[in-house]
Design a protein around this ligand. Structure first.
Ligand code: NAD
Length: 286
């Protein structure tokens, strides 16, 4: 039966360490690291994510500069705000909560963020640094996956890794990080025929699609490491809703050697990596 990769426990330990680090940095340099979170409109899911991020900042002593804009805010106003934050010395990380309302161009806006304050690691410069293997800000969920594997001393080098999903946010950067760690990496996606033939070869299988039960027991190599990045909200028979991943958890658990739960696996790591990135950006300045 698979050992669970406990992202929640690791995230808590990391936050305690970050809190100590922030205290020491503040003493040394006279200010705490700062993170600005921009939210536009009132998408309830986004609002919940933003509240989570602000609460996490508070836990470790990072100053959060939350800015909440009405849905009708213009591109120019937001670009001006980003410009101001780029030039504000108290701000080490800037994050735009996606999705933005339809009239706004999120790619153009994200490209305005100074790469050294790009706490989400999605700026072309940081994705370029990732591809080149240079130091830089790494996107939070992919970095959280690697941190979780490292915590359990799971050796990636020379092993077959299969990443299902190829988004800029998750699939592609995870594949690059695994490659950087010397795995042999296959990226599968919606146009890959015979997904099962690919996943069955995986020593390390990463599911990042957003489809419940996409990964069944027959698709998993016995003794492998299965990381479930998917987050799907499902309603059970009684009308209660809960979160599940992309992996058929109860069927895969007896087969895999390691498995991440949903919730409490990868998702728990993402916000902590955002805090880590903010502290990293800050420490690069000194
Ligand atoms: P996305 O919709 O941008 O990308 C989904 C990817 O899955 C695409 O590349 C597509 O090619 C692939 N895909 C779709 N159907 C497929 C199929 N049948 N077989 C194989 N591949 C298929 O989504 P995303 O932003 O990459 O997010 C993926 C999942 O991860 C979602 O459930 C999302 O909620 C979750 N997520 C979790 C975290 C976290 O912190 N744990 C962070 C971001 C996203």
């Amino acid at each position: 039966i698979a050992q669970l990769l406990d992202g929640k426990a690791l995230a808590q330990r990391m936050q305690a360490e970050l809190a100590e680090q922030v205290k020491a940095l503040q003493k040394q340099h006279g200010r705490a690291p700062g993170l600005a979170v921009l939210m536009v409109g009132d998408n309830p899911a986004s609002a919940a994510y933003v509240r989570n991020k602000e609460r996490a900042c508070q836990t470790v002593g990072i100053v959060s500069f939350g800015t909440h804009f009405p849905a009708e805010t213009t591109q120019a106003e937001l670009e001006q705000t980003i410009w101001n934050l780029n030039h504000d010395d108290r701000v080490d990380g800037i994050l735009v909560q996606l999705p933005l309302p339809d009239h706004l161009d999120s790619v153009a806006l994200l490209n305005q963020i100074h790469p050294d304050k790009d706490a989400d690691g999605l700026h072309p410069t940081n994705l370029g640094r990732l591809v080149r293997g240079e130091p830089g800000l790494r996107s939070c969920t992919p970095a959280g996956v690697m941190r979780l594997l490292a915590e359990y001393k799971i050796d990636v080098s020379g092993r077959q890794a299969v990443v299902v999903g190829r988004s800029i946010l998750v699939g592609k950067p995870i594949a690059m990080l695994l490659l950087e760690a010397d795995a042999t990496v296959t990226i599968a996606h919606s146009r890959s025929p015979d997904l099962s033939a690919l996943t069955c070869r995986a020593d390390i299988l990463i599911a990042a699609v957003g489809r419940q039960n996409l990964i069944t027991a027959e698709m998993v190599k016995p003794g492998s490491v299965v990381v479930d990045v998917g987050i799907n909200r499902v309603t059970d028979g009684t009308g209660k809703s809960r979160l599940v991943g992309d992996v058929d958890f109860s069927a895969v658990q007896p087969i895999a050697a390691y498995l991440t739960p949903v919730p409490g696996g990868v998702g728990a790591m993402t916000v902590t990596m955002l805090l880590h990135n903010t502290v990293w950006s800050y420490s690069q300045k000194f």
